[in-house]
Design a protein. Sequence first.
Length: 595
Amino acid sequence: MSDIIQLLPDSVANQIAAGEVIQRPASVIKELVENAIDAGASAIQVIVTDAGRTNIQVIDNGKGMSETDARMSFERHATSKIRKADDLFNLHTMGFRGEALASIAAVAQVELRTRTAATELGTLINVAGCKVTNQEPVSCPVGSNFKVENLFFNVPARRKFLKTNATELNNIITAFERIVLVYPEISFTLSNNDNELMNLRAGSLKQRIVDLFGKRISQDLLSINIDTSLCKITGFVGKPESAKKKGAREFFFVNGRYMKHPYFHKAVMNVFERLVPSGMLVPYFIYFDVNPNDIDVNIHPTKTEIKFENEQAIWQILTAAVNDAIGKFCEVSAIDFETEGKPEMPIFNPVFEGEMPQVELHPTYNPFSTTPSSSPSVTPKVDKNWQQLYARQEAPLFPEEQSQLEIIEKSPTHYQYKGRFIMTAVKSGLMIIDQHRADIRIRYEQYLDNTHPMQTQRVLFPEVLQLSVAEELFVQKIQPELEHLGFELTPMGQGSFAVNGVPAGTEGLDPITMLKEMIGHLDEYLSSSGSEIHKQLALSLAIQAALPEGQVLSNEEMESLINRLFLCQNVNYTPHGKRITHILPQRDIETLFGT
């Protein structure tokens, strides 16, 4: 019997590794930027074309590589980060496996220009599909310059399953944000199709957060700083009023590495459980400094899942740190020592015994009496037949004429219950309508009408909408839909838009909050069609502009609301599946009263 087990060629093994390490253009940028950071770069420039499909270029001013190292770096499991197995549990670098460059070279055409400070000439290497096609000396600055072209050129199936350019660019920005938030001391730039998206100068951590997500977030951040023998936790957590349903900025980092950790996320959310409504999320930027021996980062190719040795103890420390930050924010204000014009406050004297205050009683006082008593010293006379005072005949709840009214379809008179439900008599019984949900359905179908754009109400003083880079790109994409709904936005640069007009009928709402909510609800619809995005925008705007619960309505307003509801295509459910109307049948009402 012939042998059937054989070693895979390096080209095949590298493509298998690339399937785990290099999933999309964002993966390439993540690996190359992390290598630049490990090389000691103080400035890193990322340039992409067509969201990374055509070209990805990462330029750094790190220490560079020698000719031998440049050639060796594309070999599988070739790395300068570790030397032995024990080093896996004492990592101080971003990369360590030695698979990134080999995986990239297996599915793309790569050009590397690199030089160290000790040499006058650098090295140029071209690799395509794991094969070195060219190597020669070249004049270049100190550092490394990687150019990755035609990603997945030799794996057509993988290239076919890439998402749209907008989605892939959003993934690149997400990966970029996770890196730049760890290294505020390094300057970064990101460009797409010759359009500079980010230019982040070196500075403090809070300045880096503001540069990424806008100036407004600076007002919502509370500082965290706690140091224990197990770990050190620093960073920022949002104030309760910064909570939102979607789009909250939530980042965990451990030893300079981004991680996903649902267990620690639950610890943060538990602190805010009674401070924010259910389902709301609070932004946080939390950094853990832990002994490398106490964590394992080598459990997933993307290195975003990390195992902690002392998870429960760190949970308690994290909870205490967030509690402390919120406690300092919500503490009682300091005593005001300005005493001029203020009432005099007596000083406590433990020896002095104050006199008991005297209370003057009037035993004959009767609040139900029409004539006041003139002799307070006389004992009041109690009527022994006092029960007859409460034996009055109660007036009927509804006039007799109304009870005899025969209702054929819908009563012209309606009743509002607790400012939330409208009750009206119909032919089959009693109809109960949720006024908030009914208005959502009415407004949704009104906003969804493509034949006539919504009227715009100009604002007296334009407000500024500050967005992150990803949000700015998305707003530019959906700006025609926003204008159709009645918004008037003017780009101001640096992620800012002037809000000059809002949809008619929403004048009492905050336009900035309204737009933020609408953008936050569209995260999962980035790659959807224009019609689907328009539906989601219309639904989000309808929810915010609808009648609030507790709004008191006149009978005419209730009549108008009901009539407009019954002109809608679906009177029973909102666009997101919530019940609007419910009919209590006549026979059920009669059963309740035993008739």
